[in-house]
Write a protein that binds this ligand. Structure first.
Ligand code: NA7
Length: 539
């Protein structure tokens, strides 16, 4: 951090908030491709973003490792070896540090620097950024790289402050790790995170009680060590892998199968699902093109998974509670797991169905539901995040003419392409709401956004323009497009999903990510830039 500290000019070209996948690439792009003066502010004492914070037991990415990487640099791809099909947290953190070191990024990253406010100075046409540390900074462009899932959602359960044991949120996990040996552990939440935590903590703890509100689908990950042959294959085919990732809806290195679940004869369909189940991974979701488009098609996937859960879990009550799904498969983020359902066959694992017996309070010695108290030494909250908007709103951003982001987004996030908000000139939001982001393999979405922003700023410099913001009618049209794309799918049928903001009390219910597909989205963004940044005001 030293150099940035010593040489920070009075006015920076760009301040980037966050040193995860997005912030690192944005810094490299602005500094090393455009030659700009850019600085990253990072509140953690290390880089890595999501992978810096989420150190909970079992933390693993559910994109395959050979696709969960920067594809902008052949050198980075060729010189890094992933050890498993799905990369674990520690390995991804090492990877990001490797990239940052290779690209010499750390000298322009200020760690332990928490942004407290950012304000657009109308008269100067600059952003002023305030932090808990040091003097305010001024910059021409402000770029948020704060991630979509970064603000922990800790449920407001009465009595938590009086709990006599230890409690943790998975997204703020202690760096030194936590020893659960001999402990009675309660885990609240069965999203992707909880489903990863359960098997690992069950092995270590004396007893684990899982508090489940909504029964969740999960498909085996099929994780395994990668052999040299596969590693060599991936390195020899980076161009083709990139091409597949860029040409499909989800940014993964596998395409959506072009066949309909409804039109496929039942026996053949069952065999396809079984094969996908055995191979494991998110590919299960792309077995048929209509799984997320038709309730009839979706029911075939949903029934298949229900049958598997009932086959795996021996206790009929647990099996029933775990497979009593109330939403279409895939309409909430579908987890992949390692022995999740199998873990319920262990003697030391209990399941509490909160739909039948809701939590009433945390007591000094455990969690009390309507059925009585479960005594606990530790509680793990795997209760997710104030997704997509939480981290942006927490930055205290005030745009032109004193308009705050809170005010602009009172009814939910409204922006153009997920990239810019009307009234907030020169502010870019990497993987903001209204972009495909969380519906895709994140690095693909991140690279596309960073490259678009970099091109946009480069074009402004070349065209001697200093200010860009979206026109209100372009924003309105984009919001309509995001809604229409969501309504063409089954996504809105999961009424309690974080995609809709429904996991946070009082949050406006708006389907936030753009679900029209990554390839289509990329084309829209490129066309707009090619057409003189249609929909933006540039001056
Ligand atoms: P998620 O997917 O938001 O899951 C959170 C879980 O916590 C989910 O099962 C929730 O139940 C449950 N939850 C949330 N609040 C409560 C309260 N108050 N009481 C009981 N249960 C609660 O977060 P994850 O961290 O698992 O995953 C987030 C993303 O990270 C994931 O999709 C990947 O993209 C990576 P609910 O379903 O709302 O009833």
């Amino acid at each position: 951090m030293a150099k940035a500290d010593q040489t920070t000019p009075d006015i920076l070209d760009a301040v980037i908030i966050g040193a995860g996948f997005s912030g690192l690439y944005q810094l490299h792009s602005l500094r090393d491709k455009l030659g700009l003066n850019a600085l990253v502010l990072e509140k953690g004492d290390g880089i890595g973003g999501t992978w810096y914070w989420n150190r909970y037991p079992g933390a693993r990415c559910d994109s395959e490792s050979h696709a969960y990487a920067y594809y902008f640099s052949e050198e980075l791809l060729q010189n890094w070896d992933w050890s498993e099909r799905y990369p674990g947290q520690a390995e991804i953190l090492r990877y990001l540090n490797y990239c940052a070191d290779q690209l010499d990024l750390k000298r322009d990253i200020r760690l332990n620097t928490k942004l407290t406010a950012a304000r657009y100075l109308d008269e100067e046409g600059l952003w002023q950024v305030e932090t808990e540390q040091g003097d305010p900074l001024k910059c021409r462009f402000l770029i948020t790289a704060v991630g979509c899932l970064s603000t922990a959602n800790i449920p407001d359960i009465p009595g938590l402050e009086d709990f006599g044991g230890r409690w943790f949120h998975t997204g703020q996990w202690p760096h030194e790790g936590v020893d659960f040996t001999g402990r009675r552990v309660g885990l609240v939440g069965t999203g992707s995170t909880g489903i990863q935590v359960v098997p690992v903590v069950a092995e270590e703890a004396d007893h684990l009680t899982v508090f489940q509100r909504t029964a969740n689908y999960s498909v085996p990950a099929g994780n395994h060590p990668l052999n040299r042959e596969f590693q060599d294959y991936a390195k020899a085919h980076t161009g083709e892998i990139r091409q597949i990732m860029h040409s499909n809806t989800n940014g993964h290195a596998f395409p959506m199968e072009d066949r309909s679940a409804v039109e496929t004869p039942p026996e053949e369909r069952e065999a396809i699902y079984r094969d996908a189940w055995n191979k494991g991974g998110l590919q299960f979701r792309t077995s048929f093109r209509d799984i997320l488009l038709s309730e009839e098609a979706n029911a075939t996937a949903s029934n298949f998974i229900r049958d598997r859960v009932r086959e795996i879990v021996k206790d009929p009550q647990k099996a029933e509670d775990l497979s009593n799904f109330d939403h279409p498969f895939g309409a909430k983020r579908p987890p992949i797991d390692t022995d999740y359902f199998e873990t319920y066959n262990r003697d030391n694992v209990d399941l509490v169905n909160l739909r039948k017996t809701p939590i009433e309070a945390v007591t000094k010695t455990g969690i009390r539901t309507s059925a009585g108290e479960v005594p606990l030494d530790d509680i793990i909250f795997a209760t997710g995040f104030d997704a997509m908007t939480g981290s942006l709103l927490s930055l205290n951003i005030t745009g032109a003419k004193g308009l705050t982001l809170d005010q602009a987004w009172e009814e939910g996030p409204k922006n153009y392409l997920g990239l810019q908000v009307a009234g907030f000139p020169n502010l870019f939001t990497i993987t903001g709401p209204g972009s495909p982001s969380v519906l895709t393999n994140m690095p693909v979405a991140i690279e596309q956004h960073v490259e678009w922003i970099t091109r946009c700023i480069g074009d402004m410099i070349e065209g001697e323009k200093t200010r860009i913001e979206p026109k209100q009618d372009a924003v309105d049209r984009w919001v309509e497009k995001v809604n229409a794309a969501a309504n063409a799918t089954l996504f809105p049928k999961a009424h309690h999903s974080w995609y809709l903001g429904a996991n946070i009390p009082g949050k406006p219910r708006v389907f936030m990510p753009y679900s029209g597909g990554m390839a289509r989205y990329r084309k829209i963004c490129t066309d707009i830039a090619d057409h003189d940044y249609e929909g933006f005001d540039r001056s």
